[in-house]
Design a protein around this ligand. Sequence first.
Ligand code: GDP
Length: 344
Amino acid sequence: MKRALVTGISGQDGHYLTRLLLSKGYTVFGTVQSPASIVRFKRAFSEEQAQSLHVECVSLSDSSNVMRIVKDSEPHEIYNLAAQSFVSLSFNNPEYTADINALGTLRLLEAMRILGLKDTRFYQAGSSEVFGKATETPQTEATPFNPCSPYAVSKQFAFWTVKNYRDSYQTFACNGILYNHESPLRGEHFVTKKITRSLVRIQQGIEQQFMLGNLDARRDWGHAQDYVYAQWLMLQQDIPDDFVIATGKQRSIREFVFAAAAVLGMDIVWEGHGMDEKGIDTRSGKCIIAVDPQLFRPSEVTGIVGDSRKARDVLGWTPRISFEDMIQEMIEFDLENANMCQER
Ligand code: GDP
């Protein structure tokens, strides 16, 4: 029976990956940051599933604890999903971001090396943010990095560390260069979840208006369930390698708002320009979206859209859940949650 260690298991990807691994008969060891996350995370699984699930608090900033969990779990596969994952937060917390995302990855790889776990396979959750102000569009595995946030710089360090361990010690280590991926379980700080949740709350009369930053920002958004499958596939290959995982389609924040509103039967028109731009609900005539300059980032990625041809050819991977179906699922989940809150 296979054992997997998943760091940052209580996040969005951790949930989907755990489901996948349990369905394949793995015993799953997971790390989280706080005891409260253990309780919340375990609630999402049945009692039977929980028997194959072992979750504990381990910070990637603590080398000895990292070493211990790797030793105790003796994993066949490690999925390093733990990260300070908010790009905007990384501008105010660059040192913490580097400690967890960059040095945390190094600590795990060092633990594997020192413990002599030569057969353990390692997946690193890399990010399209490393392309930053992209030098070519779409990006492939050969596109030069041009990071433009402390978060992206930390992920670039992790990327090269993985490559270095592969070259120096023949570690089976892979980088997934994943583009944005969303789901009903996406954290509320991310723009997609903020939009679906806020629109639902406005429709239900719980909220009147919400603020957004750069409406012109564009992302290549896929579904987390598809993307964790790619993570698993990478570790099932004969040769470790790096892969871009993306849908190949780029959309703006405005387009996301439009699509999410359509699921709720709402129609939004945009009026004004720049900081004065407003999203008006045509039915009520009310302004439900305004721009907040504080939500803009000091530096923003541009031209980010991925070319996943290599993943398709080598892994046989393609995204299966469409943009529209993903938004539908997110809205349905948020509606259910809003209803539950109102009933309480
Ligand atoms: P990221 O790609 O990991 O940074 O994912 P986010 O969902 O946090 O941000 C995606 C894009 O949405 C970025 O370019 C942001 O500048 C833009 N954006 C616009 N308004 C907001 C907002 O209110 N919150 C967040 N998080 N992002 C916003």
